[in-house]
Ligand binder design. Structure first.
Ligand SMILES: Cc1cc2nc3c(=O)[nH]c(=O)nc-3n(C[C@H](O)[C@H](O)[C@H](O)COP(=O)(O)O)c2cc1C
Length: 329
């Protein structure tokens, strides 16, 4: 069985691995493949609720299913699971592996109240014993590497990210991603890269830094401040999948790449839209494409009017027509 992490963290590897962050409602296969085409070394799925997975809901089965990653051959099939019951998490992980997942990531960072109420996501960080049981159960259940994504802690009075990372290490977790905020911060303020560095310094497994990397310079700053083994980018990739190419180039050479030419940008948008329709079908695809089209056209002349029209386009065909008109192709 291939081990995606062995290669990513090989000691002789010249570049820092770049990961696309899991984002619910955003990181479906079309977007992940786009990020991979621009150099993301690993892309993590939207989180799958373990309870939904074991009920085999069509939506959760779609994430790891082989026919879901049609466009580009990839053996990096990272699925993030969320939940608070060790046995159910283990079963959900196993099911994903049976479908083709080659890496399982455990969600311990989601701040959403609905998730936290069931003690999943970031709430797991408040219960170190349960967090440890879940990690050990998932590691024991699957033949693939298991990673975990955490925050700095629940709030400023409970910054136990290092303790959780050490439990992860002891449980056989292969890498930890740290989003440099507490749960209480949600997405406000600035991610604390120094605090990520303190966690990195306290464990021997690779630590991936996450939070507010939206430019190549920010990536370098995080790398230098936190000494991380990899960088995960979320919002900075929205409508800007080439950020991975730009960051990789900058970290390697110290030089800024120019942004894509309008032709490349137009091709990316058209291809992405076509992939979304093919993957989700015309009805759901058209709906889900709206937010990506909004991100893609941010800052483009006439973008505001285009977005307004697209939000009212009744079907994929009309959206496609508006898009071609807007892009002049
Ligand atoms: C729309 C959206 C959805 C998200 N969904 C998830 C998720 O499913 N699982 C998870 O671990 N984090 C999720 N996150 C958090 C991101 O993975 C990431 O930790 C956070 O956005 C900070 O990184 P950034 O500043 O690079 O965006 C989500 C973030 C956003 C903006």
């Amino acid at each position: 069985m291939s081990d995606p992490l062995a290669e990513l963290f090989a000691p002789d590897r010249a570049t820092l691995p770049l990961w696309l962050a899991p984002m619910a409602g955003v990181t479906d296969w079309p977007f992940r493949l786009l990020a991979q085409a621009y150099g993301a070394d690993l892309t993590v799925s939207e989180m799958v609720a373990s309870q939904a997975m074991i009920r085999r809901t069509p939506q959760s089965l779609k994430i790891a299913a082989p026919n879901a990653r049609n466009a580009v051959a990839t053996d990096l099939v990272a699925v993030q699971i969320a939940g608070a019951d060790p046995a159910i998490m283990a079963e959900a992980a196993r099911m994903n592996c049976d479908l083709g997942a080659t890496l399982i990531d455990i969600n311990m960072g989601c701040p959403v109240r609905k998730i936290a109420k069931s003690h999943a996501g970031a709430a797991l960080m408040r219960d170190e014993r349960l967090a440890g049981q879940i990690m050990a159960a998932v590691v024991a259940a699957v033949p693939v590497p298991v990673t975990v994504k955490i925050r700095l802690g629940w709030d400023d009075s409970q910054r136990n990210g290092l303790a959780i990372a050490r439990i992860a290490e002891a449980s056989g977790i292969r890498a930890v991603t740290v989003h440099g905020r507490t749960r209480a911060q949600l997405y406000a303020g600035q991610a604390d890269w120094q605090a990520i560095g303190a966690i990195k310094a306290g464990v021997t497994i690779p630590v991936i830094g996450n939070g507010d990397v939206t430019t190549p310079e920010a990536a370098r700053q995080m790398r230098d401040l936190a000494g991380v083994d990899g960088i995960m980018i979320g919002r900075g990739a929205l409508g800007k999948p080439w950020i991975f190419r730009e960051v990789a180039h900058y970290l390697r050479t110290g030089e800024q790449l120019p942004g894509p030419e309008p032709e490349e940008r137009a091709r990316v948008i058209l291809d992405h839209f076509a992939q979304m329709i093919a993957f989700h079908g015309p009805v759901l695809g058209n709906q889900l494409a709206r937010k990506h089209l909004a991100w893609h056209t941010r800052g483009m002349a006439g973008g505001g009017r285009f977005r307004e029209q697209v939000n009212h386009a009744p079907d994929a065909e009309s959206t496609g027509r508006l898009l071609r008109e807007f892009l002049g192709v």
